[in-house]
Write a protein that binds this ligand. Structure first.
Ligand code: GSH
Length: 243
């Protein structure tokens, strides 16, 4: 039987050598938990242990991409397990509706789609070869093997500073335009929809927090454009708890 000290949620997070959350998708879940003030405890899992750990819990594999991924959660009161930041967000929103977090809006969808298309690939290419530096030796081996197989070249190739700069230069107009879109409701408040956060704010803050944990320079490449830091700063209260 659950006691008062038993957390409602167990969060399966991605381990790094700083012992704090850095995965952008896990940060989306964590922001929901922190904002809604839901009691939880974290289990940090190393990259090579994600699949065996989550399979052992009886979770069904993802249909596409990596079979097992974090975030995953256990809802302790019902002993329910689930995987994937979107289904988890829906579950948390319906189970803990107060305070509400709008999960979808027309503006939010546009921002998330454009961010994934225009900034996603550029930021990923800058973060991937640096992320390996905050992994344990076992996780580094797994990460290098799987990511180099996916991109077809050594991770370090992505650190060529001339090419990296070119990628960011090519994305500049869209990063700036997206920053303007983030400020559409600026007069009503610091968040995308105005006074209160929506899941799109968590998506933006989570991506920036991931970048910042991996490499301050990559964070700055985006945060220097108007719009981004306002949301990041406004989400700070919900990013204080990182583990
Ligand atoms: N669409 C999934 C993506 C989750 C995802 O890709 N998570 C990464 C960590 S950031 C992972 O668990 N990768 C497993 C692996 O690389 O084996 C979600 O939103 O939850």
């Amino acid at each position: 039987m659950a006691t008062q000290t038993t957390p409602e949620i167990v969060l399966f997070d991605l381990a790094c050598t700083n012992n704090i959350c850095f995965s952008p998708v896990v940060w989306c879940t964590r922001l929901m938990l922190n904002y809604k003030n839901i009691s939880y405890r974290t289990i940090f899992v190393e990259f090579p242990d994600i699949e065996p750990t989550l399979r052992e819990l009886g979770l069904a594999p993802n249909e596409t991409g990596h079979k097992y991924t974090v975030p995953a959660i256990q809802h302790v009161p019902t002993n329910t397990y689930m995987m994937g930041s979107s289904p988890i967000a829906e579950f948390l929103e319906s189970t803990y509706p107060d305070p509400a977090v709008p999960l979808a809006s027309e503006l939010g969808r546009e921002i998330e789609t454009r961010a994934r298309t225009a900034i996603g690939p550029v930021i990923t290419k800058s973060l991937m070869p640096r992320e390996i530096r905050i992994l344990s030796p076992r996780a580094q081996e797994y990460f290098r093997r799987t990511r180099e197989a996916a991109i077809g070249r050594p991770l370090e190739d992505l650190l060529d500073s001339g090419q990296e700069q070119q990628r960011w230069d090519a994305a500049t107009d869209e990063v700036r335009a997206l920053g303007e879109l983030l400020q559409k409701h600026k007069v009503e408040g610091p968040f995308v929809l105005g006074a209160r956060p929506s899941y799109t704010d968590f998506f933006i803050a989570a991506s920036l927090q991931c970048a910042r944990t991996v490499d301050e320079g990559v964070f700055e490449r985006v945060a220097k454009f108007p719009g981004y830091r306002d949301i990041y700063d406004a989400c700070q209260p919900y990013m204080e708890r990182k583990d």
